[in-house]
Ligand binder design. Structure first.
Ligand code: AMP
Length: 127
């Protein structure tokens, strides 16, 4: 496997960076040294939690190229813990992360959407 070298310019004033600095509030679900999770302000399902690394990573490409093994492990470990604590483990859920233009990413700080609590339908919109 070749070493990836994604280095994207991180906007320190993006809305999730401001949430991390506690400049604006969030509906917090979980926090530790590496990860913050909070409820999406426009939930698409009964449970819609955003799980973000505390490090300054633009998107999945940036994170998987530059984050430490500890940061990567922490993000996914916490995701599973939250899914269980939100009662989604039995009924099932979806995890997705929009990356870049084609992914339709709106906020340029990596975030995992954890959604569940109802049947979620097709994975991708038809259009
Ligand atoms: P994406 O399109 O993948 O970048 O998703 C960005 C998500 O962030 C959307 O689901 C928004 O509803 C959500 N969002 C934007 N601002 C906030 C905020 N202040 N607190 C919580 N969620 C937010």
């Amino acid at each position: 496997m070749t070493e990836a070298a994604a280095t994207k310019t991180y906007d320190p004033n993006n809305i999730f960076a401001r949430i991390l600095r506690a400049e604006i509030p969030c509906n917090k679900v979980f926090e530790d040294d590496h990860v913050l999770a909070f409820r999406d302000i426009q939930p698409q399902a009964p449970v819609h939690v955003l799980v973000i690394p505390k490090g300054a990573y633009v998107d999945m490409d940036d994170f998987t190229a530059r984050a430490s093994a500890d940061e990567i492990a922490a993000l996914f470990r916490v995701l599973g813990q939250i899914a269980r604590s939100e009662g989604l483990a039995e009924s099932g859920y979806r995890v997705l992360s929009n990356c870049g233009l084609n992914g339709g990413q709106e906020v340029p700080h990596l975030h995992l959407h954890l959604v569940g609590g109802r049947k979620l339908g097709r994975m991708l919109a038809a259009d």
